[in-house]
Design a protein around this ligand. Structure first.
Ligand code: ACO
Length: 388
């Protein structure tokens, strides 16, 4: 008896739509502690990493599982700096994209094309995959910045290997060297989004990888999955809410009205965190500092009043701000347009995706779930000329 016959004939099994409570692997990469509001990468608290580390070091921790020594950190920074440049053919591809193509779609296409320039693409060894991961992580910011410049009709800027990933990303994007606070905030935002244990995009990457497809294919699957508003897009919606509210004196009434009409306030609530999302607390402080530096406090005050009102009204339901509430505002204060928020998420999260895929390959098993067939079983085929 085949598997399909078996499942069809047996009593209806429990169906885990959404796989909410299904564990698909053991992992030592990331712990999301939704009760205590902690996020750990290989045991290191993101609050410490945000304060003391850099995105490059965080990537090293995610992939290698230990803190680098001085030489290892210098090497990894050097490797990222060297891998940041993209082939002129890639720039040609970016120029050929329709002007109004969503940047996340362009990024997905670009990463797929990028695989053709990697001589190690089909080398499945762990060492080759580590090198591919490093090249991919290095090139993602360059791709996002180059496409943004092209669609603005501006000159594409080559990377500056003397700068870190975050600072150089802002420079390539805006054409200006960022002030130290903006560079630090970008670096922290990349650290905070680098991983979040198993989730839709990490799982999509894992499914592709489980077929022993190459790393690029797995990352393309992950980017495609991140695109959806249920995963990567909530910060855009949260910022839109703040801009719609506009002035602090309108904020409380807006929230109360939304809740009265059973609406959701974007940037609040989380499947795992039933308390404050630690990433939101860190980004709130940086959003405050950026607002002070820019001399524009209005939007930050709007955010604070929205936050206080939602928490007052909904803390009994364990609804608190999530990372998206303050990341949208933070990127806005950095001068980044909303349609780049999800690509920037990918620029950071690729570090987690590659770490998860490389970990999964150490004990690979093809992902092959079942569906429970409920369709007909005895249809009669009627030739086309005899159909009504
Ligand atoms: N605004 C108002 N009420 C809310 C919100 C919110 N943002 N989030 C949850 N609630 C209410 C629900 O209406 C529900 O109320 P009820 O019990 O009276 O029906 C209760 O809180 C529980 O909400 P659920 O949706 O069941 O909680 P769940 O854990 O399933 O959902 C989710 C979490 C999907 C994130 C939800 O909070 C939400 O839609 N938030 C807004 C969108 C958002 O910010 N998404 C980003 C998530 S973080 C990320 O992806 C990185």
């Amino acid at each position: 008896m085949s598997m399909t016959e078996k499942t069809t004939l047996e009593a209806k099994p429990k169906i885990d739509k959404g796989l909410d409570d299904v564990y698909v692997k053991e992992s030592s990469i990331c712990l999301v502690d939704g009760v205590r509001g902690r996020l750990l990468y290989h045991g290191w608290d993101i609050r410490d990493l945000a304060e003391h580390s850099s995105f490059e070091e965080t990537v090293y921790i995610l992939v290698h599982g230990h803190l680098p020594n001085k030489d290892e950190l210098a090497q990894v920074k050097q490797a990222f700096a060297e891998s940041r440049a993209i082939d002129p053919e890639m720039v040609k591809l970016l120029r050929s994209m329709p002007k109004d193509a969503p940047p996340i779609d362009v990024l997905r296409t670009a990463v797929s094309y990028l695989s053709n320039f990697d001589k190690e693409r089909d080398d499945p060894t762990r060492a080759a995959n580590m090198r591919k991961a490093q090249r991919l992580i290095g090139k993602m910011p360059t791709l996002v910045a180059a496409h943004h410049r092209i669609r603005q009709g501006k000159r594409v800027l080559p990377p500056d290997p003397s700068l870190g990933i975050a600072e150089d990303f802002l420079r390539m994007l805006t054409g200006r060297n960022p002030d130290p606070l903006s560079a630090k905030v970008m670096d922290v935002a990349l650290i905070l989004h680098a991983d979040h244990s198993m989730n839709a995009s990490a799982f999509a990457a894992t499914v592709a990888a489980s077929t022993l497809a190459d790393l690029y294919s797995a990352i393309v699957a992950a980017i495609a999955t991140l695109k959806g508003p249920l995963h990567g897009g909530a910060n855009e919606a949260a910022l839109k809410t703040m801009l719609t509210i506009g002035r602090p004196e309108n904020a409380e009434a807006y929230v109360l009205n939304t809740l009265r009409n059973h609406g959701k306030v974007f940037g609040f609530g989380h499947r795992v965190y039933k308390t404050w999302d630690p990433r939101a607390i860190i980004l709130r402080e940086y959003a405050r500092q950026l607002s002070e530096l820019r001399g524009q406090m209005d939007l930050f005050h709007v955010a604070e009043i929205v936050q206080d009102t939602v928490v007052k009204e909904l803390s009994a339901k364990h609804i608190y701000p999530n990372v998206d509430f303050y990341s949208g505002l933070t990127y806005h204060l950095l001068g980044i347009p909303p349609d780049l928020f999800t690509p920037i998420f990918a620029v950071s999260r690729i570090s987690g995706w590659t770490a998860h895929v490389i970990e999964y390959w150490e004990d690979n098993r093809l992902v092959r779930p079942l569906d429970y067939y409920v369709g007909p079983t005895d249809n009669v085929y009627v030739p086309i000329d005899q159909r009504a």
